[in-house]
Design a protein around this ligand. Structure first.
Ligand code: UT7
Length: 335
């Protein structure tokens, strides 16, 4: 008898954005920029901002509740929470246990994964490992970031780019040939280029700084841009080859929403038609670890993702980190 492969199967989806909208026009009243520049260089028209009354955990809980409802899962059935975030509520401890407690999940396995904008892919892989290893049967995977808290309000290079939000999925143990089964994964990093996107101060290396800008994100945009498309295309090719899919098989490409031009050039490198791209950056900006599940939820709601479609996921971000995975889209409710 053939042994069946234990796979992580996506069975629930939810996403949540804070209500406060920050438009390009509003940014242009404060900084030397314009709606025209931001739209044409990034594809972003507006983003959401979590005010001081709202934290990463708050957003993660809101998205998590929706994902659990969509999975139809009883809360106690979830036996692990993996939270992808680079903006935990506190530097220490991790935020995932607080998310689990607020969701009433009991004393479950709960851990943060920090791979910044690639975090959601790394969290999916971590959860898949828990499932494949028999460590968990049903995992809530959340991508949540309040990235605007890392952005220098006076920096026109980063203020227009980033927004806040959260998205979540539920993964359950299942078979590799089911709709929704995730994998293979390609995950990579290059820490030699860590300084291309970095918050220099506040960690164990540079504990204090007299320059307040050191506590905000320092991004070398052009250098990041150059790396992002090629790396996402490389990782995408790796997982396609491993799965035995061709580029022509891919119905939808859900890439990290950093810049519409990065998504378009990744599609070009891959030879993927532009209409396979799932794009929601216009309304969200770059929400870091939340961007892929937010894009999934928007596409699901808009009827732009159908059960059985072949979906490629890819991300790139600070670290540097990047990766890809794929699945055949499952039939989902709610979202
Ligand atoms: O999630 C992963 C992390 N981040 C990313 O993936 C971001 C990747 N990088 C990017 O998306 C792009 O590099 C940016 C959107 C950040 C910048 O776009 P760009 O086309 O690379 O612009 P640039 O940095 O080459 O700047 C072009 C010009 C410069 O002026 P000069 O030197 O040509 O006179 C900038 O000073 O645009 C100027 N500029 C701006 N002008 C108006 C830079 N930011 C702005 C702005 N408004 N906000």
């Amino acid at each position: 008898m053939e042994e069946s492969v234990v796979a992580a199967v996506l069975c629930g989806l939810g996403a949540w954005l804070p209500p406060r909208v920050l438009t390009n026009e509003e940014i242009a009243t404060r900084l030397d920029t314009s709606d025209e520049w931001i739209r044409s260089r990034t594809g972003i028209a507006e983003r959401r901002v979590a005010g001081p009354e709202m934290s990463t955990v708050d957003m993660a809980v809101a998205a998590g509740e929706l994902a659990l409802a969509s999975a139809g899962a009883d809360a106690p059935a979830v036996d692990a929470v993996v939270l992808a975030t680079a903006t935990p509520d506190q530097v220490c401890p991790a935020s995932a246990p607080q998310v689990a407690a607020r969701l009433g999940l009991g004393e479950v396995n709960a851990v943060d994964v920090n791979a910044v904008c690639s975090g959601f892919l790394y969290a999916l892989a971590t959860a898949s490992g828990f499932i494949a290893g028999g460590i968990a049967r049903r995992v809530l995977v959340v991508g949540a970031d309040a990235f605007t808290t890392l952005v220098d309000p006076d920096d026109r290079g980063t203020v227009p780019i980033f927004g806040d939000g959260a998205g979540a999925v539920v993964l359950r143990a299942g078979d590799a040939d089911e709709l929704g089964a995730l994998g293979p994964f390609a995950l990579h990093s290059d820490g030699a280029l860590a300084d291309l996107l970095m918050v220099p101060a506040g960690g164990a290396k540079q504990r204090r700084s007299d320059d307040p800008r050191d506590y905000f994100l320092d991004m070398q945009g052009q250098a990041v841009f150059r790396q992002a498309s090629t790396r996402m295309a490389e990782a995408s090719r790796t997982v396609l080859d491993q799965a035995g899919w061709t580029v022509g098989d891919v119905d939808r490409f859900i890439g990290h929403q950093a810049n519409i031009r990065i998504l378009q050039s990744t599609a070009k490198y891959l030879g993927l038609p532009q209409d396979a791209l799932v794009v929601n950056i216009e309304r969200t900006g770059n929400t870091s670890a939340a961007s892929i599940p937010l894009a999934m939820a928007d596409a699901q709601r808009d009827g732009n993702l159908m059960a059985g479609q072949k979906v490629l996921l890819s991300a790139f971000g600070a670290g540097l980190t990047w990766g890809a995975t794929l699945l055949r889209w499952p039939a989902l409710v709610g979202a």
